[in-house]
Design a protein around this ligand. Sequence first.
Ligand code: GUN
Length: 321
Amino acid sequence: MPARWVGRGVKGIAARMLDGTATAAAIRGELHGRIAAFRARAGRPPGLGIVLAGSDPGSEIYVRNKLKTAAEEGMHTELIRVPADGHVDDVLATVAALNGRDDIDGILVQSPLPEGMGADAETQVIDLIGPAKDVDGFTPVSVGRLVQNRPGLVPCTPAGVIELLEREGIAISGRRAVVIGRSDIVGKPMAMLLLHRHATVTICHSRTQDLPAVARTADILVAAIGRPAFVTPDFVKPGAVVIDVGINPVSDAALVRSWFPPDSPRLAAFAKRGTLTVGDVHPAVAEVAGALTPVPGGVGPLTIAMLMANTVRAAELRLAL
Ligand code: GUN
């Protein structure tokens, strides 16, 4: 058990960077033996089916990374595309077919679905995914299990954040955690996981009054809002652990220049590509926080590692039935 690290950032001293890429590699490495054992027993690899409706540029990148990683781990992968102008029934029929397939252990329908599919399309789709194959942890059965702190498939991004905190030796029990964002994918499950590890948890959102003051109470601050550089140093108690869940592509040069010092390599990268992926946390927070996840290389790789872990788990549990 590593010593518990509680953070002691001092203004002017850069935060310790929490390396999500290395932790993700460790998590993936631990799956290799389990994947080999599953193959030997089942006579096939774990199988992951991903449904992508439309061609949202962000979703295309996420799905490509998920498929690539699963293939690298020796899993069977399938991508089923539904056209952007397709009907929600097309997605439902695809999910129903994947539910019935013996060689598919995990089903992931990339969110968001095209707006034209209707306001309740995501709910309809989530309700149809068989809970045993719910590697996103989005079905009501998975959510209920999470809330009741029972074993189950947990949403990948918050599960990855917990893995990072625990493997970095960062204490959770008894500490104040503030989660900014109340989405079903990150904010709500993140709060539950922290609560089950005995943190005192506050969830903030767009109607929270004096958000910086609430955020400043946090020993562990999780930013999951989807707004680039939203969390500025005035949100952060000196020494706090700051987890940046945001993955925001930005192409506005003036904005990018306002966030980074003139000699920053990030500015050079922007000049080369004309776009930059920026988190929800302002770069200047590194001078106040005790520890911080970078973007890229922080939470993103962990999300994919936990998708792999959930798929292996789902495969093992299905085999045991
Ligand atoms: N869109 C953004 N994050 C996720 C995720 O974790 N799962 C799915 N299915 N869609 C997403």
